[in-house]
Design a protein around this ligand. Structure first.
Ligand SMILES: [Zn+2]
Length: 209
């Protein structure tokens, strides 16, 4: 039995114990245990409720190499390099950056870090390997926003947060400050979409993973 999983941002976690958010999570064995299946089911429900775009097991207090990605249509409204993806699970994921000179900077936020948002430099193209829920090994090349989300989530199972990626030269600040800058960089039409999304939800989900 798995207790009800919740997201506790790093700022609200006790300072005297090392958070699982800071640990390299161990590999998951196959076939999946009943606990692993239940963790995945709970994480799927959470990520549907959050409306995307990514969630890693350490974010819900579980040190395992399990990540979920879900890129709904609403997340695709404001970005150019984006395709929608249904909810899916990647187990024991790893990536290798391709074209090291072709990194891109874009806005990211994290459900586990409430105090800082900013533009993170990521590979535009990566070689991705993982196992699906049946343990089949999959290898492929992916790019654009999907590759960005995967790099963010794989960082989580390696114990890295956006605060480790936001070097002093990266644009960064509070959620409100970054929201204003993000809006100013959009076209007039996309600013309208942006305003509608903020009015509806008070936030922009596609920055969050
Ligand atoms: Zn995150």
């Amino acid at each position: 039995m798995v207790e009800k999983l919740i997201i506790v941002p790093i700022e609200q976690q006790p300072k005297d114990v090392v958070s699982v958010l800071k640990l390299r999570a161990p590999e998951v064995n196959f076939p999946l245990s009943n606990d692993d299946k239940e963790i995945i089911e709970q994480m799927k429900l959470m990520l549907f409720e959050l409306q995307g775009v990514g969630l890693a097991a350490p974010q819900v207090g579980i040190s395992k190499r399990i990540i979920l990605v879900y890129i709904p249509e609403t997340a695709a409204l404001l970005r150019e390099d984006i395709r929608i993806y249904p909810m899916h699970v990647l187990i024991n994921p790893e990536y290798q950056g391709l074209n090291k000179q072709n990194k891109k900077s874009d806005f990211e936020g994290c459900y586990s870090v409430k105090s800082v948002y900013g533009k993170v430099l990521r590979y535009d193209k990566i070689n991705l390997t993982y196992q699906d829920e049946d343990g089949n090994r999959i290898e492929k090349m992916v790019e654009g926003f999907y590759a960005r989300v995967l790099q963010h989530e794989i960082d989580h199972v390696n114990g890295l947060l956006i605060t480790d990626r936001l070097t002093p030269d990266c644009l960064q600040g509070t959620f409100e400050e970054m929201l204003a800058i993000r809006r100013s960089e959009l076209s007039k039409e996309k600013q309208k979409v942006f305003d509608d999304l903020v009015k509806k939800k008070g936030m922009i989900n596609d920055d969050q993973d």
